[in-house]
Design a binder for this molecule. Structure first.
Ligand SMILES: *Cc1c(COP(=O)(O)O)cnc(C)c1O
Length: 421
């Protein structure tokens, strides 16, 4: 694709914001004087995307191997998702939750079908991952395990990331995220990651819920050990505690399955979704399994203005439809396996983790942030969740040829960074 042509393409948005003719450096100066500094300085100013490619304000092209952090499931500007969103917006853009709309209902039904939810299971829609976990936190607060006593204790894991709002932050383990905002909602206990004995010791009949990510994304793509989810299901069932799986990052085809937890052969009490669900449009969901769990939150106990919005739910329906009908899950398995085995063979790569197109790999030196920068200069977007860890969460439609272009370039990128140290 011709770069000049990309920059000269005018859209109605250009009537409001002049998106061309300004250098990235100029945008970044305006950014720093107008945007709150919570994200640090953005790496680039992106103006356009198509499939797995994006272009910045200076006309440079990138292969997007991060996909908005596991969000752009079908890549950028997917024509089908775009047309569904546009037509829904032009038909009915928003209604209050005093009303409902066909796309909201159809998406709930679709999610229940895809997750093999038993009769009585229900969905609550949100706008983000953290809000889905807030809803799950409130659900946990209503669980008494069938008894009369209120339960306030919640178990989460060391390394856990569940979001940044106060309830989700209480579930999140990282001290640097938590400490400035204490006191957080109480009762959350973090136990060692992947340790069944620690879980056994922690789960008793005072516990309201256990929150788990099948693969910890922000912690560097760390899968729970085999058997852990099954043990968690047995222990929580026995104690009358809810098993709540945060699949905000791992769900919606990311691992080559609709849910990463699918192969464990268990039925959780609840699952939270967001990132990939809307194919780039903001939408999240809490799914509760079975009639009992689904009736813990009663009328008036929770709500949201935008949750279940017709446009957001249409975007998610379009995304699920495309994943289902365009062999996307097969592609995720195939390209993911290819990437992992090729990465493992690159000198300086010490460990490769993950499933499908959620991949973390470790380097033999603390150079990951520098590798991210060098990757950008070479035209690749990747991310470093740790000092020696690189994460890939590309669009689920990444081709083998695109993966190969990164695999071919990576050894030289890594070597150049090490040489410069
Ligand atoms: C990203 C993420 C969240 C938070 O989602 P937001 O949409 O950023 O609020 C929660 N849990 C997991 C596992 C995530 O990866």
């Amino acid at each position: 694709m011709n770069t000049t042509e990309n920059l000269e393409r005018r859209t109605p948005v250009a009537e409001l914001v002049e998106t061309t003719g300004h250098a990235g450096s100029e945008w970044l100066a305006r950014y720093s004087s107008s945007l709150m500094g919570v994200f640090g300085t953005p790496q680039r100013v992106l103006v356009r995307g198509a499939g797995c490619l994006v272009w910045d304000a200076d006309g440079k092209e990138y292969l997007d191997l991060l996909g908005g952090i596991a969000v752009n499931a079908l890549g950028h500007a997917n024509p089908f998702v775009t047309s569904v969103i546009a037509s829904q917006l032009a038909t009915l853009g928003h209604v209050s939750n005093f009303f409902t709309s066909p796309t909201q209902i159809a998406l709930a039904e679709k999610l229940l079908a895809l997750t093999y939810a038993p009769t009585g299971s229900k969905v609550f829609f949100t706008n983000s991952g953290t809000e889905a976990n807030e809803a799950a936190f409130k659900l946990a607060r209503r669980n008494t395990g069938g008894g009369d006593a209120k339960r306030t204790k919640i178990i989460a894991l060391e390394g856990a990331f569940h979001g940044r709002t106060m309830g989700a932050l209480a579930l999140t383990a990282k001290e640097a995220y938590r400490a400035p905002f204490e006191p957080l909602p109480g009762g959350v206990v973090h136990i060692p990651f992947g340790d069944v004995e620690a879980l056994k010791a922690a789960v008793d009949d005072t516990v309201a819920a256990v929150f788990l990510e099948p693969i910890q994304g922000e912690a560097g793509v760390r899968p729970l050990p085999p058997g852990y989810l099954r043990a968690a299901r047995e222990l929580t069932s026995k104690a009358g505690a809810l098993l709540i799986l945060d699949e905000v990052q791992t769900g919606i085809g990311r691992t080559g399955k609709w849910l990463a937890s699918q192969d464990a052969g268990i039925l959780p009490d609840a699952v939270t979704l967001a990132k990939g669900l809307g194919g780039g449009f903001p939408v999240g969901a809490l799914i509760t399994f079975g009639a009992e769990t689904s009736s813990l939150l009663t009328p008036g106990q929770h709500g949201t203005t935008f949750g279940g919005n017709p446009v957001a739910t249409a975007a998610a329906l379009a995304t699920l439809h495309a994943i289902e009908n365009q062999h996307v899950l097969e592609n995720v398995v195939e390209v993911g396996e290819h990437l992992r085995s090729a990465l493992a063979a690159i000198p300086g790569v010490t460990e490769v983790r993950g499933e499908g197109l959620l991949i973390g790999f470790d380097l033999d030196a603390d150079v990951a942030p520098a590798v991210v920068q060098a990757g950008l200069d070479a035209g690749f977007i990747v991310n470093s969740p740790g000092p020696r860890t690189i994460r890939l969460a590309p669009p689920l439609v990444l081709t083998t040829a695109q993966a190969d272009s990164f695999l071919d370039a990576f050894p030289a990128i890594l070597q150049a960074v090490k040489d410069a140290q």
